[in-house]
Design a protein around this ligand. Structure first.
Ligand SMILES: [Zn+2]
Length: 257
């Protein structure tokens, strides 16, 4: 079942103080929010004061139990400490896991807390939150304990579309790594940082990555986003440059002792 929350924030354009309801957790069975996700309009809002359009600054959990996919979009991810990230996603994450536990019919042990049954009814995530790490690993499907965090909502949209198109879970997860890698390269303005990003992802610098970049370019072209088409071209160029420099290095003769 989808979960919404009231979001209080300042318009990034005119700083007006606003309140708006937005989705923080959706399941693949939730028809209305899934339609909005696929259309890329989920949590998109318009400022009542200046009419600027932007995305609500809240996290969004996407869950597909059949395909064992649990992905969380977190806005401004790079600026958050691990504690801040935990705090931000704890509620929608625990709620999603608790709902799936109920759907699967898994019974969790009664937490040894002073709070009674009434408290647990009001706070449905208590049982999951009270599990030790060992209990969680033993009782729950592994993917529920390892959500994928993404920092671009477009990655989530692409995932939802890929699942909808019938891609396998592994293919979806691999493509997600590629999309995140493209995002990282785009955001790495410093050549040294970029080199590090590429170095850590060497196994992904292959034909399937080129295909994802090409598909994105076609998509952006159709949407008339020429700037993004150019940026993706630049990403492609940087990858080629990196691969060439690695090949050059391998060709250099090694020093003989
Ligand atoms: Zn505004």
């Amino acid at each position: 079942m989808a979960e919404t929350a009231l979001c209080r924030y300042h318009c990034p354009n005119c700083q007006a103080e606003l309140e708006q309801e937005g989705y923080i957790a959706i399941n693949v069975q939730d028809e209305k929010p899934m339609e909005a996700l696929l259309a890329g309009t989920i949590n998109l809002t318009t400022c009542t004061a200046c009419e600027a359009q932007y995305l609500l600054p809240i996290p969004l959990v996407y869950h597909n139990g059949e395909r064992e996919l649990l992905i969380i979009y977190v806005p401004d991810l790079v600026q958050l400490s691990p504690e801040e990230l935990n705090q931000l996603i704890e509620y929608p994450y625990s709620l999603t896991v608790t709902q799936e536990i109920a759907r699967l019919g898994i019974v969790l042990p009664e937490p040894s807390l002073p709070q009674g049954e009434e408290y647990q009814t009001k706070h449905p995530t208590t049982r999951f939150a009270s599990l030790t790490q060992e209990e969680a690993i033993t009782l729950l499907p592994g993917y529920l304990l390892r959500p994928t965090i993404v920092d671009g909502l477009q990655v989530l949209v692409a995932v939802a579309q890929a699942v909808y198109d019938g891609m396998s879970t592994q293919e979806v997860l691999d493509d997600m790594v590629r999309l995140q890698l493209i995002n990282k390269i785009l955001n790495a303005n410093d050549p040294l940082v970029r080199r590090k990003v590429l170095h850590h992802s060497e196994t992904y610098l292959n034909e399937p990555l080129n295909e994802v970049i090409q598909t994105l370019q076609e998509q952006m072209g159709l949407e008339g986003n020429a700037e993004m088409v150019d940026k993706l071209q630049w990403v492609q160029g940087e990858i080629e440059r990196y691969k060439k420099s690695q090949q050059e290095r391998l060709k250099k003769p090694t020093l003989e002792h």
